[in-house]
Design a binder for this molecule. Structure first.
Ligand code: DC
Length: 226
């Protein structure tokens, strides 16, 4: 077994708004493990492609952009969360927007772009362990992970959560518009030919509709520490 392969991995996959980001961060903190926010990598590529003035439907150009990208995650201090530095620019705020999410979803459907990000993702597997948050963590990137969870929640509940988050940030959005966007993104992510959004066969399914964060964290931690 290679050194990396002996490092335990907990994969947390699921659609946007299922609570993956929040739950993954809390679980990683509790376990003292590293955290991979793979969605941020796809968002970063969309952002970098836009900054470079590329046509984001040009697969070759976006792939070259993904191959050459520099992405650093930097802890922003107490309660400050994590800043994401893309090609030397702090792009944290831009990466969180719905526009960045939609661009990420579009470029994530391009097989060579996904391929270009594989080594980067595998590099996050370091002792003492890794919590990997995404869509294909348990199916494609870390199929040998010892612990796998798939989080779900109804589209209406996910839209409500997103609405609250974005309103708190002062963004101008509507609940109905968000639900439509979430459903469109789910369809695209689940129906694409490469690494579609689906639970790994050996993943524990956790429906977070109507369940508080603490209870979800407890359910996920129980997978690692029964
Ligand atoms: O988790 P997120 O909303 O930040 O992800 C943004 C987009 O990136 C999402 O629509 C699909 C894509 N993505 C992916 O295809 N595979 C991953 N492992 C993570 C994200």
């Amino acid at each position: 077994m290679s050194r990396a392969a002996s490092v335990p991995v907990l994969t947390i996959d699921g659609p946007s708004g299922s609570g993956k980001g929040t739950i993954s961060a809390l679980v990683a903190e509790h376990l003292g493990w590293h955290l991979l926010d793979s969605g941020a990598l796809y968002r970063a590529v969309g952002y970098a492609a836009g900054m470079a003035g590329l046509d984001v439907s040009d697969v070759e150009a976006v792939t070259r952009c993904a191959q050459g990208i520099s992405i650093r995650f930097r802890a922003a201090g107490k309660d400050g969360g994590v800043r994401v530095i893309v090609n030397g620019h702090d792009a944290t705020d831009e990466l969180r927007t719905e526009t960045a999410g939609a661009a990420a979803s579009a470029i994530a459907a391009m097989p060579p772009v996904r391929e270009a990000l594989v080594a980067l993702q595998l590099g996050f597997r370091k002792p003492p362990g890794l919590v990997a948050d995404g869509r294909d963590m348990g199916t494609v990137i870390f199929p040998d992970a010892a612990f796998k969870v798939f989080l779900t929640a109804s589209a209406a509940e996910r839209a409500k959560r997103r609405y609250k988050q974005l309103k708190e940030k002062g963004l101008n959005v509507t609940l109905a518009g968000l639900q439509r966007e979430i459903e469109a993104r789910d369809n695209r992510d689940a129906s694409r030919a490469v690494a579609p959004l689906k639970p790994a066969e050996d993943a524990l399914l956790v429906d977070t509709t109507g369940i508080g964060i603490d209870d979800v964290v407890a359910k996920v931690l129980a997978v690692v520490q029964p």
